[in-house]
Design a protein around this ligand. Structure first.
Ligand code: SF4
Length: 462
């Protein structure tokens, strides 16, 4: 474990809590996220989300300013709730706090109650508060707290349904789709918390600025209390699963992100155990195809050094997967300090016999320094890795969030056997593009300058 003391963050590898909260809410049908903070917070979220998903993103703001910071944000929050109710009539408004309103100590719960009392008898949407102070935690905690707030406020016990709740964590719409396909193959009835697969990869529509009409419904969230079990496929998004288990005795399981062979096997086995299901032929065939792809790629991927950065579940899942592909993780960096993450990496390192440098709570400066020291043949992470890759003359395999300098981030799939095949193809083709010539021969460091010298034709000056 790499450990050093420093007094500032240089190019952070994490975002603030409301960003995670908004991403969770974009998967809920007919819902408006409202950030209780300054205009810049919602502008930042919308900017970052729009350039990644290439979709119009609606995030409301209470638009706090110098005056409201001094006198409190009650007036602005009441007015925002009124405006959204009248203009957009959502089923749910989720109010998330920000650095500013947490620092001045606004009582969001009290203000929401006051709004309800002032509008007694009117047809109001459901309103839930989520405390997401940005100076504590990150987007990872913001996502987790928001999913918990949804079930805490909306889950209603009635009759057992036998369904499985799946908490996806912050994954791409394509990966939510992949999880849904696996559940369909298994004929496993489910509730996805939350389903961004339609909203964040939607067909072109003239009513682009309407509320999302896809996603998990409020009724489905209500029904999570009646499910047979909950599986969180992110070890950092299991607060809701624990809540449902404690309050409604819905069995809770939390597994690794199903990236690669072993982690996908664990997810499918968990589902089969909970629901007493048989693995269908379609999934067995996909598993076989993934192994085949890994074997095909082996001569190109074997013993290549890899540096990975991003969210903790992504980094640990990808570290295990690339180890399965015969590659060597040299630097693993996540922006948050998490024992679950370091424990995971310790287990993977022991299983696979590696000793990577682990940056938990690290930033991109730390990542870059460690890549300089230990080397890497490929960097895996989001678009913020592009400058490091360029400086170190290595390729960047873009995945995670945000990816803004390439098209199609919403369609990047890494989960399950089918997503795994994509990963194998894309990593291998990236290596082929970078380290092999057009005839398919590897360009080694030693021979490349000689070849260049032999083939150097200089026009003589006249
Ligand atoms: S860090 Fe604070 S000020 Fe900046 S966008 Fe997040 S909530 Fe807003």
């Amino acid at each position: 474990m790499y450990n050093h003391k420093k007094f500032s963050v240089i190019n952070p590898s994490k975002m603030c809590q409301p960003m995670g909260a908004v991403q969770a809410l974009l998967g809920v049908k007919d819902t408006m996220p409202l950030i209780h903070g300054s205009q810049g917070c919602s502008t930042y979220m919308r900017f970052q989300l729009t350039r990644h998903f290439r979709e119009p993103i609606e995030v409301a703001s209470t638009s706090m300013n110098e005056k409201t910071v001094i006198y409190g944000g009650e007036f602005n929050l009441m007015k925002a709730l009124k405006n959204i109710t009248e203009k957009q009539s959502p089923q749910l408004i989720a109010v998330t706090s920000s650095c500013l309103t947490e620092t001045i100590g606004d009582d969001m719960v009290g203000i929401i109650e006051k709004f309800r009392e002032a509008n007694l008898g009117k047809d109001l949407p459901l309103i839930i508060p989520v405390s997401t102070p940005s100076y504590a935690g990150s987007h990872v905690e913001g996502y987790d707290k928001t999913i918990k707030a949804l079930v805490e406020h909306l889950a209603i016990p009635s009759h057992p349904t036998g369904k499985i709740n799946i908490i996806t964590g912050n994954i791409s719409p394509a990966d939510v789709g992949e999880v849904k396909d696996i559940l369909k193959d298994l004929q496993c009835e489910n509730i996805i918390l939350t389903d961004t697969s339609e909203n964040l990869d939607a067909p072109l529509s003239e009513s682009a600025l309407d509320l999302y009409d896809g996603g998990t419904t409020i009724g489905e969230i209500g029904d999570t209390a009646n499910s047979l079990g909950t599986i969180a496929i992110s070890k950092h998004a299991n607060l809701a699963a624990t809540f449902l288990e404690k309050k409604f005795a819905v069995k809770s399981e939390s597994g690794p992100l199903p990236v690669g062979l072993e982690n996908t096997d664990s997810f499918i086995n968990l589902l089969c155990k909970l629901k007493e299901l048989e693995v269908p032929e379609t999934l067995k065939r996909d598993r076989g195809r993934l192994i085949d792809a890994m074997v095909d790629a082996h001569s190109y991927t074997y013993h290549r050094k890899v540096a990975i950065f991003g969210d903790p579940d992504f980094v640990s899942g990808m570290a295990r997967f690339i180890s399965e592909m015969g590659m060597i993780p040299t630097v693993l960096c996540t922006g948050i300090i998490s024992k679950r993450f370091t424990d995971d990496i310790r287990t993977i390192s022991e299983d696979k016999g590696f000793n990577p440098v682990v940056l938990a709570g690290g930033d991109l400066y730390d990542l870059h320094q460690q890549i300089k020291e230990l080397g890497a043949d490929i960097l895996i992470g989001n678009s913020y890795g592009a400058s490091i890759a360029k400086e170190e003359n290595i390729p960047l395999y873009r995945t995670g969030f945000p990816v803004f300098d390439r098209l199609g981030a919403q369609r990047i799939s890494i989960l399950g056997y089918r997503g795994g095949i994509n990963v194998v193809d894309r990593i291998t083709n990236t290596l082929l593009d970078f380290y092999y010539d057009e005839a398919g021969y590897e360009i080694t460091e030693e021979e490349s300058p000689e070849i260049a010298e032999e083939n150097l034709y200089v026009t003589e000056e006249i």
